[in-house]
Design a protein around this ligand. Structure first.
Ligand code: URA
Length: 219
């Protein structure tokens, strides 16, 4: 049965749905009462035409600071790339009060609570999906979705009532899904960037393509 929260785009701080994630949150609250320790709310422009979908908050990153990708290693490349491509303004200083502003862009996660080992279980992805569905529905101007990694790609498609196989896997793949165009990217995780699987140039190209889809080719 859907929970009363299911129609909301953001779970409340004490979302009770996933027992394993609740236990992890409680353990983190006990060990670090000064951390955020809750579902990291989506961040950005409610009129955004671009949505960036990540996997889940890192324990010492978004789970600590309360802003997606903020304090996570992955956030450095993500926010720098968003600034370069005009989807963010200001300076990223890895804290939620750094004044950084997203422009025509919002960032969310497929799973809103930090999972142990950064790995959500498929039941947790399914539990959290109604929030993603509601997040998409609450963005009236949304046109392009950048999915960071395959978990995000699959969950975005399923959140739209589509099969995961409706979209092409792999870095740089692009496909229509409902009213949106989805561009899939490798996740900007430390593992992917340190191994050279994802370079800053590859990542920038994804957001340049998003820019082109939104505003047309640059002169
Ligand atoms: N990685 C993600 O996918 N999301 C975050 O919020 C942080 C790191």
């Amino acid at each position: 049965m859907p929970t009363p929260e299911a129609a909301s785009a953001e779970p409340h701080r004490d979302c009770p749905i996933c027992p394993r994630l609740v236990a992890y949150r409680e353990a983190n609250r006990a060990a670090h009462p000064d951390w955020f320790n809750g579902p990291a709310p989506s961040f950005g422009d409610p009129e955004a035409r671009l949505l960036v979908a990540g996997l889940a908050p890192g324990r010492t990153g978004a789970n600590r600071t309360g802003r997606p990708f903020t304090g996570d290693f992955a956030g450095v490349l993500l926010y720098e790339t968003l600034i370069k491509s005009g989807f963010a303004e200001g300076r990223y200083e890895a804290r939620p009060d750094d004044g950084l502003r997203l422009v025509d862009c919002m960032i969310t996660n497929a799973v809103r609570c930090a999972p142990p080992g950064n790995k959500p279980e498929s039941s947790e992805e399914a539990n959290c999906r109604p929030f993603l569905t509601a997040r998409l529905a609450a963005l009236p101007r949304l046109k392009v979705i950048v999915t960071l990694g395959d978990v995000a790609r699959r969950n975005v498609l399923r959140a739209m009532g589509l099969k995961a196989s409706a979209g092409i896997a792999g870095h740089g793949s692009e496909f229509a899904a409902g009213a949106y165009v989805v561009i899939n990217s490798y996740h900007c995780s430390r593992l992917n960037t340190n191994t050279g699987r994802l370079t800053p140039a590859m990542f920038e190209a994804v957001f340049q393509r998003a820019r082109e889809l939104l505003d047309g080719p640059s002169a």
